[in-house]
Design a binder for this molecule. Structure first.
Ligand code: PAF
Length: 287
């Protein structure tokens, strides 16, 4: 496995002939990231993982400075997952000066996480576009936990004609049901127990969507599915376990709220803070 910045990447890339898969990360790697690398390994001849904490996607009051950077442990995880090149550029190499020209994430980037974190998705798409240009991959694998990010990268790949296959990997969960996230490190054991209301809410929604409730006779309607999740979250909010940022059932293609008669692919999106830690999760649904 090689590790390097832009020059080393370019030299390595020029020597490679096979299909290259890219897994973009900000480090603090966990088994969810390793699952992305394993998928890239299965689909491509060579795997590049980028480790770069991108300041452009952090707001002023966010955790850019304290974001975990366990670089040595991250390299071990990449090695374990069979990565060929770890692209770990220095900050000054990626942004010699504050970029004037950026990717704009548009309407889909201004809602949900984008509303709570103005500018976040412009920052994400700008760095992802730079990574696509630098690594020049044939395919890229993103986790579906950050579903709004995935939808926006998909849109950018189409709108800006990146000739890259985009693969989404379903949310990887710990045994207790919590979606894996680098930010889970910030949770104390009691925060973590309180955060489990989020996967429980998604389970309740899934049950109603399947029509698995005692009195249910078929699949639940969009409003019923959303209400089932909201009931679990509202209880948690009343107990003071978490602060809800949003919970919404949206059309997968547009991230617009599902109407009562919606038919097609939908996403139930949840975001909350638990003990000051910002968590997101989602459930894909078919109506
Ligand atoms: O999902 C992440 O870790 C980041 O948003 C990404 C895609 C690596 C861009 O910095």
């Amino acid at each position: 496995m090689e590790v390097g910045g832009i020059q080393a990447l370019r030299a390595w890339r020029a020597r490679q002939a096979g299909r290259v898969g890219l897994v973009p990360t900000m480090g603090a790697l966990h088994s969810g990231h390793q699952a992305l690398m394993t998928r890239a390994r299965a689909e491509a001849d060579l795997v590049v993982t980028s480790i770069f904490v991108n300041p452009l996607q952090f707001g002023r009051d966010e955790d850019f400075v304290q974001y975990p950077r366990p670089f040595a442990a991250d390299l071990e995880k990449c090695e374990e997952a069979g990565v060929d090149f770890v692209f770990a550029p220095a900050l000054g190499e990626m942004y010699p000066s504050a970029p004037e020209v950026r990717v704009v994430s548009g309407r889909m980037g201004a809602v949900f996480e984008g509303e709570a974190r103005p500018g976040h998705f412009d920052g994400v798409l700008t760095v992802v576009a730079k990574l696509f240009t630098l690594v020049d991959p044939d395919l890229t694998v993103f986790g579906l936990k950050d579903i709004q990010q995935f939808c926006l990268v998909r849109r950018m790949v189409g709108d800006l004609n990146f000739d890259i296959e985009l693969i989404g990997l379903p949310v990887v969960r710990d045994a207790d049901g919590l979606a894996m996230s680098s930010r889970n490190e910030y949770l104390s054991p009691s925060d973590r127990a309180r955060a489990l209301a989020i996967p429980r809410a998604l389970d309740a929604a899934a049950e109603v969507a399947r029509g698995a409730g005692a009195e249910a006779s078929g699949g639940g309607l969009p409003g019923e599915v959303e209400d089932a999740a909201r009931a679990v979250i509202d209880d948690a909010v009343r107990r003071g376990d978490l602060e809800l940022i949003y919970l919404s059932l949206v059309e997968e293609a547009t991230l617009q709220p599902c109407g009562p008669d919606f038919r097609g692919s939908a996403l139930l999106l949840v975001s909350a803070t638990v003990g000051g830690t910002h968590l997101i999760d989602n459930l894909p649904l078919e109506f």
